[in-house]
Design a binder for this molecule. Structure first.
Ligand code: GLY
Length: 310
């Protein structure tokens, strides 16, 4: 039997990871554990970038993105701009199971969620509504939604995302990524989280990678797939993480010149290799990740390796 490991962004509460590790120790499949932990985070009203309580788009509507990948079968499922369902991660996993497709968006994703009996929910919490009213609802002079988005981004709360990578005792790796995306985004904006290869990639033979932060950067570099490809080519976990993050840092530097991006111009990449070794890499140095194994009672919080360009 192999050592179960759970890796997540540091914002995920310890108790969720402890519960997930209990399942792994009892023999649960990595996919069930990744989904379980993601569902707990999606229900957490204090997590303002994932699921219920996530900050809405610029019109005040919560649009959710999520993806699931099974690294042993290379099957994947994802939803983007999904409105009104409690657990986008489970809808994403069901896309993988029930359709010959990987990604459903918007109305199609909602239709599918209804058809499979996914639980509907108003996802805008009172607190998220208040934050939107405070920062965006007061903006009255924008001529259109494009201008409104740029005005609102002055007040953007940044990006965050839930990343979970699970390895079970049989060596299966699975990944779950879920987010409400960047606060006050343009309606229909989709980030890296539901895009297999950009914010999520998993192959049990080599490893898995997930991203948080500015999705537009991870998308432009297919960052998660790149990290796993480097592992496949024999790079060490640290070398792969540093290389992908170095490219992200360079791209972010160029992005600042391309656009007056005032928010979340950072990316964090979490990586687990096939042996269960883990690492976190980011373009800023104040970010952390959490890891728990079958041998540790509580998650260990580790600071990322910061990779910036001069
Ligand atoms: N990384 C999450 C997003 O940009 O939507």
């Amino acid at each position: 039997m192999l050592m179960p490991v759970l890796l997540a962004n540091a914002e995920v509460r310890d108790e969720y990871l402890i519960a997930g590790m209990r399942m792994l120790r009892e023999g649960a499949h990595a996919g069930d554990v990744a989904e379980y932990v993601a569902r707990l985070v999606e229900d957490d009203p204090e997590e303002h970038t994932v699921g219920y309580g996530g900050y809405p788009n610029v019109l005040g509507e919560v649009e959710l993105d999520a993806s699931f990948m099974d690294g042993t079968t290379l099957q994947a499922g994802a939803v983007a701009a999904l409105k009104g369902f409690r657990h986008p991660i489970s809808v994403a996993r069901e896309v993988m199971r029930r359709l010959p497709h990987v990604l459903l968006v918007g109305e199609g994703a909602a239709r599918f969620a209804r058809e499979i009996g996914a639980e509907p929910r108003e996802m805008l919490s009172p607190e998220a509504r208040r934050a939107w009213q405070e920062h965006v609802g007061m903006l009255r002079d924008a001529p259109d939604t494009i201008a409104l988005t740029w005005q609102a981004w002055r007040h953007a709360r940044g990006h965050d995302t839930m990343n979970v990578i699970a390895r079970d005792m049989h060596g299966n790796l699975c990944t779950a990524v879920s987010t409400s995306g960047v606060a006050w985004k343009y309606p229909g904006r989709v980030g890296d989280s539901p895009l297999i290869g950009a914010g999520n990639y998993c192959d049990s033979r080599y490893g898995a990678a997930t991203c948080m932060g500015l999705g537009e950067a991870a998308m432009r570099l297919a960052a998660a797939a790149q990290a796993v490809t480097l592992l496949r080519l024999g790079w060490s976990l640290v070398a792969a993480g540093v290389e992908v993050t170095r490219q992200l840092a360079q791209l972010l530097g160029r992005s600042r010149a391309e656009h007056p991006m005032r928010v979340a111009d950072w990316v964090r990449v979490l990586i687990m290799d096939a042996q269960g070794n883990v690492g976190g890499f980011a373009t800023r140095d104040d970010l952390c990740y959490k890891v728990i194994t079958a041998e540790t009672a509580t998650p260990l919080t580790q600071r990322v390796m910061c990779v910036s360009v001069g």
